[in-house]
Design a binder for this molecule. Structure first.
Ligand code: DOR
Ligand code: ZN
Length: 344
């Protein structure tokens, strides 16, 4: 494994920066690796107007270290009462590039999310008309549905009828975790994209319970069984233009994760590109890494490719055991481990 790899600078099509001191701590990690990133809008309160998106973008930019070139791409948070005209206004003025559907109470800061997809059909119809992508957290929230089945049930009960009703709507199924999701995306020849996280490619649900309960492996959608991880690896490394990089890096303070009711989310930004390229190397698919990391995303969103290049080479880089944030600390993904690739 001595090969080095030069690719266009990657983008992260799904990341959580939070706000305030946490944002100041985490933005530099993403900006160090990626040219652009889709900044998720699940703040408290959520980003629901174009003006709020512009203000949030400015706050993120204030956390980018001097001399680093980085562009945050903003997203509207869909609520039951979202105004289709506001979505259009923000899209046309480039305040945001997409809108995110969080089913209400599906995950972190989703209390203002959508309680019933019927309530936002006028907004989604408007988005289809103007070519504004819909980004989806694809899990049903019915507590009677087993947590490991919530993505698959969402696909059949919500997403399948939605793509029939609005075939022109561009959709990204975010952080896919199942074979069913991969098959669903592959069955749609048009208007369908899908992000896959590095961590869902790297471990299955056993990691959450390895020798005891391990909160730093808990995220939503929760990791599934091994056959699903293998399906995700096959999709991500295939070169299929529908699949692209989205870390879902989601920082929570260590004390909020190491808790009787720990928060969902892995802070993967510090070694994100290294974690992904490792998977492509293991699969013997390094030739497809640039498509997944740097081409498929911008092509889906209709944005220009990055002109800058980065070189990755086999090596060794230590990931810190903890990272200071907001007067406390975060435990990153791969904390205290050596990753086997480095960015030159
Ligand atoms: O694990 C997760 N964390 N999944 C999500 O959908 C949200 C995210 C967060 O914001 O913490
Ligand atoms: Zn997310």
């Amino acid at each position: 494994m001595s090969r080095s790899l030069t690719i266009r600078r990657p983008d992260d099509w799904h990341v959580h920066f939070r706000d305030g001191a946490m944002m100041q701590a985490v933005v530099p990690f993403t900006a160090a690796q990626f040219a652009r990133a889709i900044a998720m809008p699940n703040l408290v309160p959520p980003v629901t107007t174009a003006a709020e998106a512009v203000a949030y973008r400015d706050r993120i930019l204030s956390a980018v270290p001097a001399g680093v070139k980085f562009e945050p791409l903003m997203v509207a948070y869909l609520t039951d009462g979202i105004d289709p005209a506001e979505l259009r206004k923000g899209f046309e003025s480039r305040a945001w590039v997409a809108a995110k559907l969080y089913p209400a109470k599906a995950t972190t800061n989703s209390a203002h999310g959508v309680t019933d997809i019927k309530k936002i059909m006028p907004a989604l119809a408007e988005m289809a008309k103007i070519g504004m992508p819909l980004l989806i957290h694809g899990e049903v929230t019915d507590q009677d549905v087993d947590i490991f089945d919530r993505e698959a049930v969402f696909l059949s009960e919500i997403l399948a009828p939605l793509v029939e009703a609005l075939p022109d709507l561009k959709i990204v199924l975010e952080h896919a975790t199942t074979e069913e999701a991969v098959n669903f995306v592959r069955s749609r020849p048009k208007n369908m994209g899908c992000t896959i996280t590095a961590h869902h490619l790297a471990f299955n649900r056993n990691a959450i319970f390895q020798g005891g309960i391990r909160p730093h492996f808990y995220c939503l959608p929760v990791a599934k069984r091994e056959k699903h991880r293998l399906a995700l690896r096959d999709a991500a490394t295939s070169g299929d233009p529908r699949f692209f990089l989205g870390t879902d890096s989601a920082p929570h303070l260590a004390k909020a994760k190491e808790n009787a009711c720990g928060c969902a989310g892995l802070f993967t930004a510090p070694a994100a590109v290294e974690a992904y390229v490792q998977v492509f190397a293991e699969e013997g698919k390094l030739d497809n890494f640039e498509a997944f990391a740097s081409l498929n995303g911008p092509n889906f969103y209709g944005l220009p490719l990055n002109e800058e290049r980065i070189t990755l080479r086999p090596g060794s880089r230590f990931v810190a055991a903890t990272i200071p944030a907001a007067d406390q600390h975060l435990v990153p993904y791969l904390a205290g481990e050596d990753v086997r690739w480095e960015i030159v």
